[in-house]
Write a protein that binds this ligand. Structure first.
Ligand SMILES: [Zn+2]
Length: 307
């Protein structure tokens, strides 16, 4: 009997992160067969390629078969040049990652932005399984987003579909404008308010105390007024930001991921607020936590090769 437990294609997903590279092997039913991780060779492109190749080859050796390979990456491959752009792992930018990795592995490799992989994972067999149109949000170190329609990642001619984090925070209050500077060169981006560092910076601007988001959330849960107010500002800003997504895309489900998706109040509070800004008499969009949690990035990368 095959060590992967049945006939059908093996899918390997790779999550190329800034600090670790994680790989997973899935059977056709989406069951995890193997998982491996190695530290990312920072600032070394060739070593990054070799690390991915090594992970894939060792997993295939262990399973006794070869599979399809999908890679979730920061940034995107430019449709115009085929080169990496927008990656915060900056040593990847300007490199032909697709061509180089496909050559090393001697097969076509599919790539998608890590937030797109998250959305694909949750749309395929996660919290949004079966939904026609899914907007997946990652609120963590940054603020990413991805759109999946009928089980396929929507990329777009500029490969930025879903990147709501670098739109301005909508309906800004006077104290929110022009807003904090963003690494993208603009000010007042949604990311500067809704990312983890954005929440911490907001708390510090208002109260002068430097706290991590998890600490703010814990103190808010205990009823500390300043932390509660920070969480409430965060919820209200997320409601505004997602109302603008509803107005453009009207997805069937919105799934949150990343560290801040652990703020349990979001799933009740944000839908109670967003109707004020959505162009609709009512908003019935479910806002849900992820089913696969931190595994969604690597699972979604495997699902880049569809059924
Ligand atoms: Zn920005």
């Amino acid at each position: 009997m095959s060590p992967r437990g049945g006939a059908g294609p093996l899918r390997i997903g790779v999550d190329l992160g800034g600090t670790k590279i994680e790989a997973i092997a899935l059977d056709p039913q989406g069951r995890e067969l193997l998982r491996r991780r190695v530290p990312t060779p920072r600032d070394d492109y060739e070593a990054t390629l070799a690390a991915i190749e090594g992970l894939v080859r060792s997993m295939e050796g262990e399973l006794g078969t070869t599979g399809s390979v999908g890679v979730g990456m920061p940034g995107a491959l430019s449709p115009a040049t085929g080169l990496v752009k927008n990656a915060n792992s900056v040593w990847l930018n300007g490199r032909p990652l697709d061509r180089d990795l496909s050559q090393r592995l001697r097969r076509p490799v599919r790539f998608a932005n890590d937030a797109n992989c998250f959305a694909l994972s949750e749309a395929t067999d996660g919290a949004a399984a079966g939904a026609t149109c899914v907007f997946g949000v990652i609120v963590g170190t940054g603020t990413g987003g991805g759109v999946v329609v009928r089980g396929r990642v929507l990329t777009g001619p500029n490969a930025v579909a879903g990147e709501w984090g670098h739109n301005p925070l909508p309906w800004p209050r006077p104290e929110e404008w022009p807003g904090p500077a963003c690494y993208c060169g603009k000010t007042g981006c949604i990311e500067t308010f809704l990312s983890g560092p954005g929440m911490a910076a907001d708390h510090e601007r208002v109260y002068g105390a430097r706290l991590e988001p998890a600490e703010i959330a814990a103190r808010a849960a205990e009823g500390e007024p300043a932390c509660r107010a920070t969480v409430e500002r965060y919820e209200e800003r997320m409601a505004r930001a997602l109302a603008s997504v509803v107005n453009v895309l009207d997805p069937d489900v919105i799934v949150l991921g990343g560290g801040l998706s652990n703020l349990v109040g979001l799933y009740e509070r944000v839908p109670a607020l967003w109707q004020r800004w959505a162009f609709s008499d009512r908003v019935d969009t479910p806002l849900v936590p992820p089913k696969h949690g931190d595994s969604s990035g690597v699972r979604g990368a495997a699902w880049l090769w569809p059924l």
